[in-house]
Design a binder for this molecule. Structure first.
Ligand code: IPE
Ligand code: IPE
Ligand code: MG
Length: 248
Protein backbone atom coordinates (compact mmCIF):
# COMPACT_ATOMS: atom_id res chain seq x y z
CA UNK A 1 0.00 0.00 0.00
CA UNK A 2 1.28 3.44 -0.81
CA UNK A 3 1.43 5.81 2.11
CA UNK A 4 2.48 9.36 2.58
CA UNK A 5 6.02 9.58 3.87
CA UNK A 6 5.93 13.26 4.62
CA UNK A 7 5.45 15.17 7.79
CA UNK A 8 2.11 16.98 7.46
CA UNK A 9 2.73 20.57 6.38
CA UNK A 10 -0.36 21.83 8.18
CA UNK A 11 -1.87 20.37 11.34
CA UNK A 12 -5.17 21.54 12.84
CA UNK A 13 -6.09 20.71 16.43
CA UNK A 14 -9.31 20.90 18.41
CA UNK A 15 -7.80 21.19 21.87
CA UNK A 16 -10.61 19.59 23.85
CA UNK A 17 -10.81 18.14 27.34
CA UNK A 18 -9.42 20.87 29.62
CA UNK A 19 -12.53 21.04 31.80
CA UNK A 20 -12.79 17.30 32.35
CA UNK A 21 -9.07 17.10 33.08
CA UNK A 22 -9.50 19.62 35.90
CA UNK A 23 -12.75 18.13 37.19
CA UNK A 24 -11.06 14.74 37.53
CA UNK A 25 -8.55 16.42 39.81
CA UNK A 26 -11.32 18.18 41.74
CA UNK A 27 -10.03 21.51 40.53
CA UNK A 28 -11.89 24.37 38.82
CA UNK A 29 -12.21 24.16 35.04
CA UNK A 30 -9.94 27.18 34.66
CA UNK A 31 -7.11 25.14 36.12
CA UNK A 32 -7.59 22.85 33.14
CA UNK A 33 -7.38 25.78 30.72
CA UNK A 34 -4.10 26.86 32.32
CA UNK A 35 -2.74 23.34 31.93
CA UNK A 36 -4.02 23.40 28.34
CA UNK A 37 -1.90 26.44 27.61
CA UNK A 38 1.19 24.62 28.89
CA UNK A 39 0.37 21.67 26.66
CA UNK A 40 0.04 24.03 23.68
CA UNK A 41 3.45 25.56 24.36
CA UNK A 42 5.06 22.10 24.19
CA UNK A 43 3.13 21.14 21.08
CA UNK A 44 4.17 24.33 19.28
CA UNK A 45 7.82 23.69 20.15
CA UNK A 46 7.62 20.08 19.08
CA UNK A 47 5.85 20.97 15.84
CA UNK A 48 8.69 23.35 15.02
CA UNK A 49 11.23 20.61 15.67
CA UNK A 50 9.33 18.21 13.41
CA UNK A 51 9.21 20.70 10.56
CA UNK A 52 5.46 21.29 10.60
CA UNK A 53 5.00 24.59 8.76
CA UNK A 54 1.59 25.57 10.03
CA UNK A 55 -0.41 24.77 13.12
CA UNK A 56 -4.03 25.90 13.53
CA UNK A 57 -5.53 25.48 16.98
CA UNK A 58 -9.10 25.92 18.17
CA UNK A 59 -8.90 28.06 21.30
CA UNK A 60 -12.44 29.44 21.57
CA UNK A 61 -15.41 28.65 19.38
CA UNK A 62 -18.27 30.94 18.43
CA UNK A 63 -20.44 28.57 20.50
CA UNK A 64 -18.25 28.83 23.60
CA UNK A 65 -20.01 32.12 24.49
CA UNK A 66 -22.75 29.79 25.76
CA UNK A 67 -20.57 28.91 28.76
CA UNK A 68 -21.00 30.49 32.21
CA UNK A 69 -19.76 34.09 32.35
CA UNK A 70 -17.19 33.20 34.97
CA UNK A 71 -15.48 30.63 32.76
CA UNK A 72 -15.55 32.99 29.76
CA UNK A 73 -14.02 35.81 31.80
CA UNK A 74 -11.24 33.57 33.06
CA UNK A 75 -10.53 32.38 29.54
CA UNK A 76 -10.26 35.99 28.31
CA UNK A 77 -7.84 36.74 31.16
CA UNK A 78 -5.83 33.71 30.21
CA UNK A 79 -5.64 34.82 26.55
CA UNK A 80 -4.40 38.25 27.64
CA UNK A 81 -1.78 36.76 29.91
CA UNK A 82 -0.71 34.23 27.29
CA UNK A 83 -0.22 36.99 24.72
CA UNK A 84 1.87 38.99 27.21
CA UNK A 85 4.00 36.04 28.21
CA UNK A 86 4.37 33.92 25.11
CA UNK A 87 4.69 36.33 22.20
CA UNK A 88 8.36 37.18 22.73
CA UNK A 89 9.42 33.53 22.96
CA UNK A 90 7.43 32.60 19.87
CA UNK A 91 8.93 35.57 18.04
CA UNK A 92 12.47 34.47 18.97
CA UNK A 93 11.66 31.02 17.64
CA UNK A 94 10.58 32.40 14.28
CA UNK A 95 6.89 31.71 14.77
CA UNK A 96 4.36 33.91 13.03
CA UNK A 97 1.20 34.33 15.12
CA UNK A 98 -2.14 34.83 13.44
CA UNK A 99 -5.59 34.97 14.97
CA UNK A 100 -8.56 33.83 12.96
CA UNK A 101 -12.16 34.40 13.95
CA UNK A 102 -14.55 37.25 14.61
CA UNK A 103 -12.22 39.29 16.79
CA UNK A 104 -14.58 42.27 17.00
CA UNK A 105 -16.42 40.54 19.87
CA UNK A 106 -13.36 40.78 22.14
CA UNK A 107 -12.53 43.67 24.45
CA UNK A 108 -10.48 46.45 22.89
CA UNK A 109 -7.57 45.59 25.23
CA UNK A 110 -7.51 42.04 23.99
CA UNK A 111 -7.84 43.15 20.37
CA UNK A 112 -4.87 45.48 20.83
CA UNK A 113 -2.72 42.68 22.22
CA UNK A 114 -3.75 40.42 19.36
CA UNK A 115 -2.89 43.11 16.77
CA UNK A 116 0.46 43.69 18.41
CA UNK A 117 1.36 39.99 18.47
CA UNK A 118 0.35 39.61 14.82
CA UNK A 119 2.23 42.67 13.60
CA UNK A 120 5.37 41.91 15.64
CA UNK A 121 5.65 38.41 14.25
CA UNK A 122 4.34 38.99 10.74
CA UNK A 123 7.69 38.49 8.99
CA UNK A 124 8.57 35.24 10.75
CA UNK A 125 8.59 32.29 8.41
CA UNK A 126 9.74 29.23 10.32
CA UNK A 127 6.24 28.29 11.34
CA UNK A 128 2.80 29.87 11.45
CA UNK A 129 0.57 29.44 14.49
CA UNK A 130 -3.06 30.25 13.71
CA UNK A 131 -5.14 30.68 16.83
CA UNK A 132 -8.85 30.30 16.15
CA UNK A 133 -10.67 32.54 18.63
CA UNK A 134 -14.39 33.26 18.38
CA UNK A 135 -14.09 31.14 15.30
CA UNK A 136 -16.80 29.06 13.66
CA UNK A 137 -16.55 27.23 10.36
CA UNK A 138 -19.95 28.50 9.29
CA UNK A 139 -19.05 32.05 10.26
CA UNK A 140 -15.90 31.70 8.13
CA UNK A 141 -17.89 30.58 5.08
CA UNK A 142 -20.57 33.26 5.50
CA UNK A 143 -17.90 35.91 6.04
CA UNK A 144 -16.15 34.86 2.81
CA UNK A 145 -19.48 35.01 0.96
CA UNK A 146 -20.17 38.47 2.34
CA UNK A 147 -16.77 39.77 1.26
CA UNK A 148 -17.19 38.26 -2.19
CA UNK A 149 -20.61 39.92 -2.50
CA UNK A 150 -19.03 43.22 -1.55
CA UNK A 151 -16.21 42.80 -4.09
CA UNK A 152 -18.82 41.97 -6.72
CA UNK A 153 -20.96 44.99 -5.84
CA UNK A 154 -17.89 47.18 -6.14
CA UNK A 155 -17.23 45.76 -9.58
CA UNK A 156 -13.93 44.12 -8.56
CA UNK A 157 -14.96 40.61 -9.53
CA UNK A 158 -17.52 39.01 -11.79
CA UNK A 159 -19.73 36.16 -10.58
CA UNK A 160 -17.99 33.87 -13.11
CA UNK A 161 -14.69 34.44 -11.36
CA UNK A 162 -16.00 32.93 -8.15
CA UNK A 163 -14.60 29.42 -7.96
CA UNK A 164 -13.23 27.26 -5.16
CA UNK A 165 -9.80 28.81 -5.44
CA UNK A 166 -11.07 32.38 -5.14
CA UNK A 167 -13.54 31.46 -2.41
CA UNK A 168 -10.68 29.92 -0.39
CA UNK A 169 -8.76 33.16 -0.58
CA UNK A 170 -11.59 34.92 1.23
CA UNK A 171 -11.72 32.43 4.10
CA UNK A 172 -9.82 33.06 7.31
CA UNK A 173 -6.83 30.89 6.40
CA UNK A 174 -6.64 32.51 2.96
CA UNK A 175 -6.09 29.26 1.10
CA UNK A 176 -2.45 28.87 2.02
CA UNK A 177 -2.51 25.12 2.46
CA UNK A 178 -5.45 23.17 3.82
CA UNK A 179 -4.78 21.08 6.96
CA UNK A 180 -3.28 17.71 6.08
CA UNK A 181 -4.01 16.34 9.52
CA UNK A 182 -6.96 17.29 11.75
CA UNK A 183 -6.61 16.17 15.36
CA UNK A 184 -9.26 16.27 18.06
CA UNK A 185 -8.32 15.36 21.61
CA UNK A 186 -10.66 14.69 24.51
CA UNK A 187 -12.54 11.69 23.16
CA UNK A 188 -15.35 13.37 21.21
CA UNK A 189 -15.61 12.41 17.56
CA UNK A 190 -17.10 15.55 16.08
CA UNK A 191 -15.90 18.65 14.23
CA UNK A 192 -17.76 21.19 16.44
CA UNK A 193 -17.83 23.80 13.67
CA UNK A 194 -14.04 24.01 13.24
CA UNK A 195 -12.50 24.35 9.75
CA UNK A 196 -15.52 23.15 7.76
CA UNK A 197 -14.35 24.43 4.38
CA UNK A 198 -10.64 23.75 4.83
CA UNK A 199 -10.85 20.21 6.23
CA UNK A 200 -12.59 18.78 3.15
CA UNK A 201 -9.67 16.38 2.58
CA UNK A 202 -7.87 16.43 5.92
CA UNK A 203 -7.00 13.14 7.56
CA UNK A 204 -9.00 12.97 10.80
CA UNK A 205 -7.42 11.69 14.00
CA UNK A 206 -9.33 11.39 17.26
CA UNK A 207 -7.54 10.85 20.55
CA UNK A 208 -9.08 10.00 23.92
CA UNK A 209 -6.27 11.87 25.66
CA UNK A 210 -7.51 15.06 27.34
CA UNK A 211 -5.76 18.11 25.90
CA UNK A 212 -3.59 18.98 28.96
CA UNK A 213 -2.13 15.46 28.71
CA UNK A 214 -1.53 15.63 24.96
CA UNK A 215 2.26 15.42 25.00
CA UNK A 216 4.79 15.62 22.16
CA UNK A 217 4.75 11.78 22.18
CA UNK A 218 1.02 11.88 21.50
CA UNK A 219 1.65 14.17 18.55
CA UNK A 220 4.27 11.72 17.30
CA UNK A 221 1.63 8.98 17.50
CA UNK A 222 -0.84 11.06 15.50
CA UNK A 223 1.78 11.74 12.84
CA UNK A 224 2.78 8.07 12.65
CA UNK A 225 -0.88 7.24 12.07
CA UNK A 226 -1.13 9.98 9.44
CA UNK A 227 1.86 8.57 7.62
CA UNK A 228 0.22 5.16 7.47
CA UNK A 229 -2.84 6.60 5.71
CA UNK A 230 -3.33 6.50 1.98
CA UNK A 231 -4.54 9.87 0.72
CA UNK A 232 -6.47 9.14 -2.45
CA UNK A 233 -8.26 12.43 -3.26
CA UNK A 234 -10.89 10.50 -5.18
CA UNK A 235 -8.40 8.42 -7.17
CA UNK A 236 -8.08 4.65 -7.07
CA UNK A 237 -5.51 3.17 -4.72
CA UNK A 238 -3.29 2.33 -7.70
CA UNK A 239 -3.40 5.88 -9.05
CA UNK A 240 -2.75 7.34 -5.62
CA UNK A 241 0.27 5.05 -5.24
CA UNK A 242 1.69 6.25 -8.54
CA UNK A 243 1.01 9.88 -7.64
CA UNK A 244 2.74 9.62 -4.27
CA UNK A 245 5.68 7.79 -5.89
CA UNK A 246 6.02 10.83 -8.15
CA UNK A 247 5.96 13.03 -5.07
CA UNK A 248 2.61 14.66 -5.81
C1 IPE B 1 -11.52 22.88 25.43
O1 IPE B 1 -11.73 22.21 26.61
C2 IPE B 1 -11.17 24.35 25.66
C3 IPE B 1 -12.23 25.29 25.31
C4 IPE B 1 -13.36 24.99 24.74
C5 IPE B 1 -11.97 26.69 25.62
P1 IPE B 1 -13.16 22.16 27.29
O2 IPE B 1 -13.28 23.34 28.20
O3 IPE B 1 -14.23 22.03 26.27
O4 IPE B 1 -13.05 20.85 28.15
P2 IPE B 1 -14.17 19.74 28.36
O5 IPE B 1 -14.59 19.27 26.99
O6 IPE B 1 -15.30 20.38 29.10
O7 IPE B 1 -13.48 18.69 29.15
C1 IPE C 1 -14.55 22.75 20.69
O1 IPE C 1 -14.70 22.18 21.94
C2 IPE C 1 -13.98 24.14 20.82
C3 IPE C 1 -12.62 24.24 21.35
C4 IPE C 1 -11.83 23.27 21.64
C5 IPE C 1 -12.14 25.58 21.52
P1 IPE C 1 -16.09 22.22 22.73
O2 IPE C 1 -15.86 21.51 24.01
O3 IPE C 1 -16.60 23.60 22.82
O4 IPE C 1 -17.03 21.38 21.76
P2 IPE C 1 -18.40 20.64 22.07
O5 IPE C 1 -19.28 21.61 22.80
O6 IPE C 1 -18.08 19.46 22.94
O7 IPE C 1 -18.90 20.21 20.74
MG1 MG D 1 -15.10 20.41 25.40
Amino acid sequence: MSTTTDIPAHVAIVMDGNGRWAERKNRPRTFGHQAGLKALRKIVEHSGRLGIRELTVFAFSSENWNRPDKEINRLMELFMRALDRETQQLHENGVRIRFIGNLSAFSSDLQKKIDLAMSRTRNNDRMTLNVAANYGGRWDIVNAARQLARAHAEGKITSEQIDEQLFSQYTALQAKHDPDLFIRTGGETRISNFLLWQSAYSELYFSDVLWPDFSPQELDKAIAEYRSRERRFGMTGKQAGLASARGQ
